[in-house]
Design a protein around this ligand. Structure first.
Ligand code: ZN
Length: 343
C-alpha cells in the first residue's frame, strides 16, 4: 500500500466529527488521521488516541475537551492523532489482519505500511516540535489510573505526577508510541482504568487540559515529584500455551487462579503470597525479563500445590479476561524504583 494513502493530515476538525462515537469515526475518517489545531502557544501538545480500537476513554475525553473549546481558543496548539479507526468500528484492540497499533513505532526488518505511517507521524511531529506527548489507553482488569514513562528526567516525572502519584517506568518494548516520542519530547502513556467509565474520561480530560494550560515544566517545583510512587517493570508473566487455566470456575484446569485476582493489581505482595493453585505437576508460569530471559525460578515456587511468590513484587495489568491472557499476558511484575531525580 502506498504510504500516502495510509495517513490523513488535517489542519481543522472535520465537520460533524464531535457528534460521533468512537465506533462511528469511520464514517468521516477513512484511515489514521493527524489533526493539527493551531493556537497561540507553541509547540503543540501531541495526543494519541485509539491506538487500540476498543479503548474508548481516549476518544470520550478528547471529544469532550474539543466540544468545550469549539467556540474558544485552545490554551496551546494541539496535534491529535486518531489511530486505529477500523478496529474502533468493530470495538476491537486491532483487527485480525492488522498489527497492534501500539507496536508499530519502530521499524524492525521489512517495514509494514502501518510502520511507515507511524514513521510519517514521527517525522511530521519531530519537525514541528512537541511540548509533550500523551497516549491514552484503558486496561482490561481493575487497575488504578497511572502513567508510564520511559525517561526519568524531571520533565517526564512531572508529566507523570500531574496524572497520578503512581507511575511506571518502562524500557521495553521499544515499538511503543511513547517510547518513540520520548526521543524528542517528554512522553507518557496514560492507563485510565477500564473503558467507558466516567471517572477515567474525566481524569484524562482534566489531565490533557492541565497539560495544554501549562506554560513550561520548569515552572513546576521539585517538591511536586518528591512523593511519587515509582515502579518499574521487571518481568512479564505468561501462561504457557499448553497449560489450561481459569479463574476459579473450573477446578480441573492445570492452574486455577483466584476468582478476583485483578484486585491484586498495584498491591505490593510479600514473599509467600499465593498466586494460584496447580492441579498437575506439569503446570508452571513463564516469567520473562526485559532481556527476554526466562526467570520463573526467581519469582515463583510451587509448595503444596500452590504457586507461591519467592520475591516481593507488585503485579499490574492482571485481567480476568482469558482471551487477553492468551493474546497478551497474565500480568507484569513490578518493583519499587528509587531514582535520583535528574534535572
Ligand atoms: Zn491500549
Amino acid at each position: 500500500m502506498n504510504i500516502l494513502f495510509m495517513l490523513d493530515i488535517f489542519d481543522r476538525l472535520p465537520d460533524g466529527l464531535l457528534n460521533l462515537d468512537s465506533d462511528q469515526l469511520y464514517k468521516i475518517l477513512d484511515r489514521p488521521t493527524l489533526i493539527h489545531l493551531k493556537s497561540d502557544r507553541q509547540p503543540a501538545l501531541f495526543v494519541s488516541i485509539l491506538l487500540h480500537g476498543n479503548e474508548t476513554t481516549s476518544w470520550l475525553a478528547m471529544r469532550e475537551l474539543l466540544r468545550k473549546y469549539q467556540n474558544q481558543k485552545l490554551p496551546r496548539s494541539l496535534s491529535l492523532f486518531i489511530g486505529n479507526i477500523q478496529a474502533a468500528k468493530s470495538k476491537q484492540r486491532h483487527l485480525a489482519d492488522q498489527p497492534d497499533y501500539n507496536r508499530i513505532w519502530k521499524i524492525e526488518g521489512q517495514a509494514s505500511s502501518e510502520q511507515m505511517m507511524a514513521q510519517q507521524v514521527i517525522t511530521e511531529m519531530r519537525s514541528r516540535g512537541v511540548f509533550a506527548s500523551i497516549d491514552i489507553h484503558n486496561n482490561t482488569g481493575r487497575n488504578p489510573h497511572y502513567g508510564c514513562i520511559t525517561q526519568l528526567d524531571k520533565h517526564s516525572l512531572h508529566l507523570a505526577r500531574l496524572f497520578n502519584k503512581i507511575a511506571v517506568h518502562y524500557t521495553s518494548p521499544q515499538t511503543l508510541q511513547s517510547y518513540a516520542f520520548s526521543e524528542f519530547c517528554p512522553a507518557i502513556v496514560l492507563e485510565c482504568g477500564q473503558p467507558d467509565l466516567p471517572d477515567g474520561t474525566a481524569h484524562a480530560l482534566e489531565y490533557v487540559e492541565t497539560c495544554l494550560t501549562l506554560d513550561s515544566f520548569d515552572s513546576l517545583p521539585d517538591s511536586a515529584i518528591a512523593d511519587m510512587d515509582l515502579f518499574h517493570t521487571v518481568a512479564i508473566v505468561k501462561v504457557p500455551e499448553e497449560i489450561k487455566f481459569s479463574f476459579a470456575e473450573n477446578p480441573d484446569d492445570d492452574i486455577t487462579f483466584p476468582a478476583e485476582m485483578d484486585c491484586l493489581n498495584f498491591c505490593e505482595l510479600p514473599i509467600g503470597a499465593k498466586f494460584g493453585r496447580i492441579n498437575t505437576e506439569k503446570a508452571y508460569l513463564s516469567v520473562v525479563n526485559e532481556q527476554g530471559q526466562e526467570i520463573g525460578d526467581r519469582y515463583f515456587q510451587i509448595t503444596d500445590g500452590e504457586i507461591i511468590l519467592k520475591k516481593a513484587v507488585m503485579p499490574s495489568m492482571l485481567t480476568l479476561n482469558t482471551d487477553i491472557v492468551r493474546q497478551d499476558c497474565l500480568c507484569y511484575l513490578m518493583e519499587r524504583l528509587t531514582v535520583e531525580k535528574k534535572s
